[in-house]
Ligand binder design. Structure first.
Ligand code: GAR
Length: 199
């Protein structure tokens, strides 16, 4: 069975949806949830679902990303994943680590890429006066948030939206999109799927 590891930095709501979908659907096995923050709330949530967890605090490594990733890779490689999912993992991986998982690393990003790679996506969509926003699941390549798109979900931007209300509306769709894309990816499907969520 396809082995899936997940990297998180925070609450891990997307990670939870992925784990629950794999456990319910039986199409893949969640073998590890790892974080750069030992306090990440998602770690306890993953453990409660019976998934192995690991944490490597990036703050112990200063600016030495390669040294941090060498430590992070230890439990990750020991778990021997076929697919690596980034789910709210807020560290940019070095090209070396990206290469190691080339073609089998996925990320979810809270914008309709190629719009708004990087941070503060919802505020940037509001500042631009966009009438639609959303999220993207894509393959990870060495260039930030620029790999091939595997799926997108679109939501309307409402007139009184703030970054928080828009973020909450997008997150609901992230939770639908990521498990759907992972299922398709595990089944070998690479053409993008688009969800229109006119709510
Ligand atoms: C999600 O909105 C995800 O798209 C975003 O962080 C949040 C994590 O929430 N990811 C990025 O911004 C990556 N650049 P979660 O921990 O509840 O899944």
């Amino acid at each position: 069975m396809t082995r899936v590891a997940i990297l998180i930095s925070g609450g891990g709501s997307n990670m939870l949806r992925l784990v629950q979908d794999m456990q319910a659907g039986g199409y893949a096995k969640p073998v590890l949830v790892a974080s750069n923050d030992p306090q990440a709330a998602g770690l306890a949530r993953a453990a409660a679902l019976g998934v192995a967890v690991a944490a490597v605090d990036h703050r112990g490594f200063g600016r030495d990303r390669a040294a941090f990733e060498a430590e992070l890779l230890r439990p990750l490689l020991a778990a021997n994943p076929d697919v690596l999912c980034l789910a709210g993992f807020m560290r940019v991986l070095t090209p070396d680590s990206v290469r190691r998982f080339a073609g089998r690393m996925l990320n979810i990003h809270p914008s309709l890429l190629p719009k708004y790679p990087g941070l503060h996506t919802h505020q940037r969509a509001l500042d631009a006066g966009d009438t639609a926003a959303g999220c993207t699941v894509h393959q990870v390549t060495a260039e930030l948030d620029a790999g091939p798109v595997l799926g997108q979900a679109v939501v309307p931007v409402l007139p009184d939206d703030t970054a928080d209300t828009l973020s909450a509306r997008v997150l609901v769709q992230e939770h639908r999109l990521y498990p759907l894309v992972l299922r398709r990816f595990v089944a070998g499907q690479r053409e993008p799927v688009f969800l229109d969520c006119n709510q």
